[in-house]
Write a protein that binds this ligand. Sequence first.
Ligand SMILES: [Mn+2]
Length: 326
Amino acid sequence: MKKVDIASLLPLIRAQQRVMLFTHLQPDGDAIGSVLALDLLLKRLGKETIVLCQDPVPENLRFLPGWEQVKSAADFEEMGLDAPDALGISVDASDFARLGNVGPYFKACRMTIKIDHHATNEQFAQANYVDESVAASGVLIGRLYEAFDEPVTRDAALYLYTALSTDTGNFSHGKMTEEFFTQMASCMRAGLPIVEASRILHLVKHPKFIKLLTRALDSLTYHAQGRLTTTLLRGSDFESLDDDMEYAEGIVNFGLNIRGVEMTFLATQTPEGVKFSLRCLPPHDVSKAAAHFGGGGHVLAAGCTIDQPFDKAVSLMREHLEKALG
Ligand SMILES: [Mn+2]
């Protein structure tokens, strides 16, 4: 369970012919982009590989060549393979629980490596290559291409760009460095169709998202002299609570990205109670408010659930944040 540098990964990878790749449940662009880029690299090194993830590849990432290679636990069982003589590599999963139902296959591998960039980190592999200073796990995979002296091809460029642009909100936040843009330059050199890909990844939204966004913005209210906003999604705003909930992802940011606003929340009615997504700008800290109500998260982005009637929960949170703003 030790932390290692990139140089010590190379002999571990060279030593194994079969490699099983893993990424986290509810995979995002960094998860899928990084794991497919690594898969491609390993295939070029002559390895037999398989990629496992608990959840399916999201629809907006299905433009990536070979996305179908990401298999579920059920797919793997059907194939009738077994793990023990393989090298297992986990990519972009901060802790073991994030591997979900494919975790046991990782644990069953003869040798395990973890590659990740999260600040909160569980070193659950035998060799852990963790670097919190990079914006995306994709940057670490880019380093592996360099270390193995393998050129970035057009497909690899699509994968790496997907990883790097997803975790930085299309190059608008996160740990963007000179190395980060040098890797982007390699992607451009390889013929990355950046305009088409960024449209698919970052501009085009699902009609269900637009519908929920409309409802949420309709409810937008200013408090604390315009420094705090609130947006609401009630049960009646969803066609079907289970199916539509995932499309509300990202809506909370619209309440924050308004001139003069320093803090916001989106309240969503769920079967478990009222779910709050909190966002703020420095020097504020919404993780404290989330923790106060039994949730958690980061300083600038946090969440919690309050098991109260909708309007009651909303005013509890609003009053709490008004106090926090001072
Ligand atoms: Mn990531």
